[in-house]
Structure formats: structure tokens, C-alpha cells
Design a protein around this ligand. Structure first.
Ligand code: PLP
Length: 217
């Protein structure tokens, strides 16, 4: 078994070849700054700039309310995308863009991303440490949420309702399916980015009590 989680040179070459000859790829890199257990993964866009549309956002690093994001486009798409944005009346806020540009130039954005990465890694570890043994959370190595599959006999509606009784909002996996169905695996999507710093430990505590309410300990 390979210990490193970075792809082998051969896998990288194959991936590059696939991207270069395949259809247009949309790379939605919305939380690439938050990888905890491995090196940051380079963007696929660099492998084939004329085949990949790269999308980045400040929604996770700064705040979703800013509505600041960016596209790196194949040259032939720049004019059509600008025309579509103009036709849609989309006007990205200029002052906010200037502030973001200044943060990037001065290194403040990078420092903030690094500080946030350490803080979110701490939150993730705290949450993982509080979950009942035997549950196998997924998607823990990156991002600001994880997926907690529920064991047989416990439905996500049950947990969502138990959480609500404790004034906690958690999301079931159900909302994520394109085609919902009774037979879908049951699970929760647990975000750990939202609670204020002082509220994080109490929130994790309420979650563990909620899981105990439905027999998970
Ligand atoms: C899959 C995915 N892409 C992109 C985004 C970022 O969206 P926006 O920049 O509109 O906030 C999110 C936000 O949660 C997301 O879940």
C-alpha cells in the first residue's frame, strides 16, 4: 500500500492526458484551501488551461455573504462568459474586489487561510473525537463538513428531529440525493465551520447528547 496520498507520476500523466483530450472540465475548487491530512492538491486547470474552467471562491476562506468568486477560463470562453455576465446584469462588488486584491498582494489572504486551516483542523479533530466509536465518518480530510453514515435502524429524520428538540440544526443526507428514495443509505452532513469559537465545544456536546438520544453512544 502506498503511504503517500499524492498520485503517482504515472497517474498524474494519465490524468493530464485524459483532461487534454476529453470534453471541457469544470473544476469547482470551492474548498481547496482546507486540506488537513495531505499536501494541498494542485489545480487540474494547470494541466490543460484550454480544456478546464477553474472556479474559486472566497465563500469558505472569508465569508459566503461577500459573493466573491473567480473563474479562470480557456481563452475562447472569456468573451462569451463576459457577455453572459453582462446580459445577466451581474455586477461583482468593486470595492470588495479591491480589498481582496490587496489582501492577496500583501500576503494577508494567505496568512488568513493558513490560520483558518489550523483552526478548522482543530474543530474537525474535536468533532471526530466526540463521535461515538463504531461510526465511520467520511470526507474528513478536507473541507468544512463531514458525512456521518448512520447504522441500521437509525434514520436521519430521527436524528434531525432529536437535534431540533435540543435546538440544534443538522442536515440529513436526504437533501443531497438527485433522486431521493426510502432505500437510500442514511447519514448526516455535519458542518463544523459555522458555530462561533466560544460556541463550538457546547455545540459538539449537544450533538453527542443528540446521538445518545437515538441510541448512539
Ligand atoms: C459544491 C460547491 N461548489 C461551490 C460552492 C461555493 O459557492 P459560492 O461561491 O456561490 O458560495 C459551494 C459552497 O458551499 C459548494 O458546496
Amino acid at each position: 500500500m502506498r503511504r503517500s496520498s499524492s498520485p503517482s507520476p504515472r497517474a498524474s500523466r494519465e490524468r493530464a492526458a485524459l483532461v487534454r483530450r476529453g470534453p471541457l472540465v469544470i473544476e469547482d475548487d470551492y474548498d481547496g484551501e482546507f486540506r488537513y491530512d495531505r499536501k494541498l492538491v494542485g489545480a487540474v486547470q494547470a494541466l490543460a488551461p484550454e480544456r478546464v474552467v477553474y472556479i474559486g471562491t472566497a465563500s469558505k476562506t472569508l465569508a459566503p455573504a461577500l459573493r466573491l468568486a473567480w473563474l479562470v477560463l480557456p481563452r475562447e470562453l472569456v468573451d462569451p462568459v463576459l457577455a453572459a455576465m453582462t446580459a445577466a446584469g451581474w455586477r461583482p462588488p468593486v470595492l470588495d474586489q479591491l480589498v481582496l486584491a490587496d489582501m492577496i498582494d500583501s500576503g494577508a489572504y494567505d496568512r488568513h487561510a493558513r490560520r483558518s486551516r489550523a483552526a478548522y483542523r482543530g474543530r474537525r479533530d474535536q468533532l471526530l473525537g466526540a463521535l461515538p466509536e463504531g461510526l465511520r465518518p467520511a470526507g474528513i480530510s478536507a473541507g468544512l463538513h463531514l458525512v456521518l453514515p448512520l447504522p441500521e435502524g437509525v434514520s436521519e429524520q430521527q436524528v434531525v428531529a432529536a437535534a431540533r428538540r435540543r435546538s440544534l440544526t443538522v442536515d440529513g443526507l436526504g437533501r443531497q440525493w438527485i433522486r431521493a428514495g426510502e432505500d437510500r443509505p442514511q447519514g448526516l452532513v455535519l458542518g463544523y465551520g459555522t458555530p462561533a469559537r466560544h460556541a463550538f465545544a457546547p455545540t459538539v456536546d449537544i450533538l453527542t447528547r443528540t446521538l445518545r438520544d437515538v441510541g448512539l453512544r
